[in-house]
Ligand binder design. Structure first.
Ligand code: PBG
Ligand code: ZN
Length: 324
């Protein structure tokens, strides 16, 4: 019996591993991955974050060990979040030259000068009310926060950070930080803007890790409404105008369309944050034996690349680098 004569048979290009590899469109590389680390004061501390199996709060000495693995595995870099001993209304520790993150930057860069170290630049881990800047009335005082953000970024630069990453969604934050860095002589330090950061239930586990739960209200008056798409383009345009060197979309999985939108509209390097809740769901299901962790993680991270991300901030970074 004659076979169907099909001119187009896409399966020809899927026939075996060799041809699949040859025509593969997107590739996950170790240098695409950025590992977030949570730094606490003290020595020899490795305190598990219960909702994020495999993630710990680390004292600086322990963080250096993990950072060294990150370097050996060829990750793009690490991003630091600090949890200070004492918090206050304005988050002073984030601006202090001896603040927890400044110390961590200094010691990590001394131990591992070639590892690329990014600092999250925000106040929610440092304020006693857990918001991303000082409070006026019942919300964050935008313009007062801008001045403080400039000071925090300069403190991070003085400590030797390679790039700052403001995450507070304050209007004008990129301009304020650019100006402060330039005035202090740090015109060569790039800014990775969390330009498009949505208010999200996926940040739940991070709040345990970073101890930054707001003591009242929520962040909806500064983080974006997850129903909005056009607003993401406006946010990105503003940050670009203000001098952002790279843009970020956050969270990742529920916002893949936004990653693609930004990639199609702007030519800056683009990062995506594969956030704590996304990590926790994978870990929980894998722990039950309900999914294949390696398969799911690599598929997800490759999906971010396909969506248009150049860089991926992910708690899976070390595992993924071993699997690639
Ligand atoms: C705070 C900040 C948050 C995350 C990164 N920086 C949480 C928040 O806005 O409440 C979330 C990261 C994650 O969930 O993994 N500026
Ligand atoms: Zn914040």
């Amino acid at each position: 019996m004659a076979k169907n004569r099909l001119i187009h048979r896409p399966r020809r290009l899927r026939k075996n591993p060799a041809i699949r590899r040859m025509v593969r469109e997107n590739h996950l590389r170790c240098e695409d991955l950025i590992l977030p680390l949570f730094i606490v004061p003290g020595k020899n501390i490795k305190k598990p974050v219960i909702s994020m199996p495999g993630v710990d709060q680390l004292s600086i000495d322990k963080a250096i060990e993990v950072a060294s693995q990150a370097e050996k595995l060829g990750l793009g870099g690490i991003i630091l979040f600090g949890i200070p001993d004492s918090k206050d209304a304005t988050g002073s520790d984030a601006r202090d030259s001896d603040g927890i993150v400044q110390k961590a930057i200094r010691e990590i860069k001394t131990a591992l000068p070639d590892l690329f170290v990014i600092a999250d630049t925000c106040f929610c881990e440092y304020t006693d009310h857990g918001h991303c800047g000082p409070i006026k009335g019942n919300s964050v005082d935008n313009d007062a926060t801008l001045t403080l953000l400039g000071e925090a970024a300069v403190a991070q630069a003085q400590a030797g950070v390679d790039m700052v990453a403001p995450s507070g969604m304050m209007d004008g934050m990129i301009e304020a930080i650019r100006r402060a860095l330039d005035e202090a002589g740090y015109e060569e330090i790039p800014i990775l803007s969390y330009a498009v950061k949505y208010s999200s239930a996926y940040y739940g586990p991070f709040r345990e890790a970073a101890e930054n739960t707001p003591s009242f209200g929520d962040r909806r008056a500064y983080q974006m409404d997850s129903a909005n798409r056009l607003e993401a383009l406006r946010e990105a345009a503003l940050d670009l105008e203000q001098g952002a060197d790279m843009l970020m979309v956050k969270p990742g999985l529920a916002f893949m369309d936004i990653v693609r939108d930004l990639k199609n509209n702007y030519d800056l390097p683009l990062a995506v944050y594969n956030v704590s809740g996304e990590y926790a769901m994978v870990k929980a299901a894998a722990n039950q034996g309900w999914i294949d962790e390696k398969g799911v993680v690599l598929e997800t991270l490759t999906g971010f690349k396909r969506a248009g991300a150049d860089l991926i901030l992910t708690y899976h970074a070390l595992d993924a680098a071993r699997w690639i």
